[in-house]
Write a protein that binds this ligand. Structure first.
Ligand code: ATP
Length: 233
């Protein structure tokens, strides 16, 4: 479904990614792990064309998206839940959900307001509230709901539980588990390795802009040394 080969990305003269390679199969949940500043967000920004790569290639559903503008890559079926949520503060919850809703891939069973409200009853209760009046957890649910309303085939979540209270974090993971069970492919960046081991199929550890390790949840779980070395756990 998604394949990165030899991706190199720069910010001006400063190189952040040095040949990133990994892939995601249909229905698979893959994580990007690594300490702060190792290149996880840059990898996501490269996939989405926010910071386009200078070398290498990115293929999504058989289409070369390496140099596509972000909106075209999104229209091919990638839904991004960005770091910091970035919901529209001056729109209501409902307006946030419908503003960018689409079904470019003609899903036969598309996400609707009703389905999002069923998954996140907290949002239903706050349907007419302005985005900037929501709690951090509600904002995160809204960011996930907004991405789902574009009916993606791949959902990318960048630090979806950052700064949230443990109970709210648990609720977000439960919802992401439900989304996984519906068959969507997911790429997730987060720092809660224990939660990710439960949720994901495979893990890609990034160290200084390079892939340092790729393996399954059971492999990662058993390798304390690896977790300590690359993730500081
Ligand atoms: P974090 O968990 O802290 O977000 P990360 O693994 O997502 O970390 P990136 O944000 O991708 O890391 O950063 C990778 C490298 O690129 C770092 O050295 C960072 O300083 C650099 N970098 C990130 N954004 C920019 C930018 N806008 N301009 C210049 N350098 C940047």
């Amino acid at each position: 479904m998604l394949k990165l080969s030899g991706v190199e990305t720069f910010y001006g003269a400063s190189q952040a990614l040095f040949g990133i390679e990994f892939s995601i199969a249909k229905g698979e949940v893959v994580t990007l792990l690594g300490r702060n500043g190792m290149g996880k967000t840059t990898t996501i920004n490269s996939i989405m064309g926010i910071v386009p790569p200078s070398a290498g290639s990115i293929e999504f559903m058989g289409v070369d998206v390496t140099h596509l503008p972000s909106f075209k890559t999104a229209n091919l079926g990638i839904g991004l839940v960005p770091e910091g949520r970035q919901i529209f503060p001056n729109l209501t919850v409902k307006e946030n959900l419908v503003a960018t809703a689409s079904n470019h891939q003609k899903s036969a069973d598309p996400w609707s307001l009703e389905k999002i409200y069923e998954m996140f009853p907290e949002l239903a209760a706050r349907s007419s509230s302005m985005g900037n009046l929501l709690s951090g957890g509600e904002q995160q649910m809204l960011a996930v709901g907004r991405a789902l309303m574009t009916n993606p085939q791949l959902l990318i979540l960048d630090e979806a539980t950052e700064g949230l209270a443990p109970l709210v974090r648990e609720k977000i993971w439960q919802s992401i588990g439900q989304i996984r069970d519906s068959g969507l492919s997911i790429l997730v960046v987060d720092k809660n390795v224990a939660d990710l081991i439960k949720l994901a199929d495979r893990h890609v550890i990034i160290e200084k802009g390079k892939v340092a390790w790729i393996g399954s949840s059971s492999e990662l779980k058993d390798q304390e040394e690896l977790q300590h070395r690359y993730l500081g756990v």
